[in-house]
Design a protein around this ligand. Structure first.
Ligand SMILES: Cc1cc2nc3c(=O)[nH]c(=O)nc-3n(C[C@H](O)[C@H](O)[C@H](O)COP(=O)(O)O)c2cc1C
Length: 165
């Protein structure tokens, strides 16, 4: 991929601890260290590392190992508050932090962080709701207008083909 479109257009995300879908590794620290080291050769736009497990099963301090081994732009993710992100970047532990669920609950997240405004708490019941509702409407032969209305809640950036839901 780096050869086809240029390494500056390729970023990679690794989730060495995430046990989602039964993923696991016997030595996540060795895994992230090995990969981070090997990835230097590709001169990627960034390496993005999910620092924890969604389910809290696998635990290890992967970010310092990634930082030590990887010489390019390192992005951290998972459970960062704005304050922790700022401190981690200021201390040189990371170059950037990515926010997931905070964005789902606060589409204006950067503006809120800048203004030090309070954040809405993420509500996992709503994460996939628009998509679930569309599927429900289809299976119950609801009017197309209802499907059209619901589809407005799916962010344009998500790779869902409305016709195929
Ligand atoms: C609804 C939802 C869908 C997600 N889908 C994916 C996915 O397909 N692939 C992936 O690597 N991570 C996925 N994630 C994980 C997020 O990218 C992110 O790592 C996670 O939310 C932790 O970051 P946060 O604490 O800032 O929310 C998903 C998270 C949520 C809430």
């Amino acid at each position: 991929m780096t050869q086809a479109i240029g390494s500056e257009r390729v970023g990679l995300r690794l989730s060495p601890l995430n046990s989602f879908n039964s993923m696991k590794d016997s030595d996540p620290l060795a895994l992230i260290g090995f990969l981070a080291d090997k990835l230097n050769a590709f001169k990627l736009a960034y390496l993005h590392v999910m620092r924890a497990d969604f389910f809290g099963v696998q635990k290890a301090d992967v970010m310092p190992v990634a930082r030590e081994k990887y010489k390019g732009v390192l992005v951290g993710n998972m459970g960062y508050s704005a304050d922790e992100a700022e401190a981690a970047i200021a201390e040189g532990k990371l170059d950037a932090v990515a926010f997931g669920t905070a964005f789902l609950a606060n589409p204006d997240l950067p503006a809120r962080i800048r203004a030090k405004a309070p954040l809405n708490a993420p509500d996992s019941n709503t994460f996939y709701r628009a998509i679930q509702t569309i599927r429900h409407c289809r299976s119950h032969k609801s009017p197309p207008q209802k499907i059209e209305e619901t589809s407005r809640f799916i962010p344009k950036a998500l790779p869902f083909d409305l016709a195929k839901l």
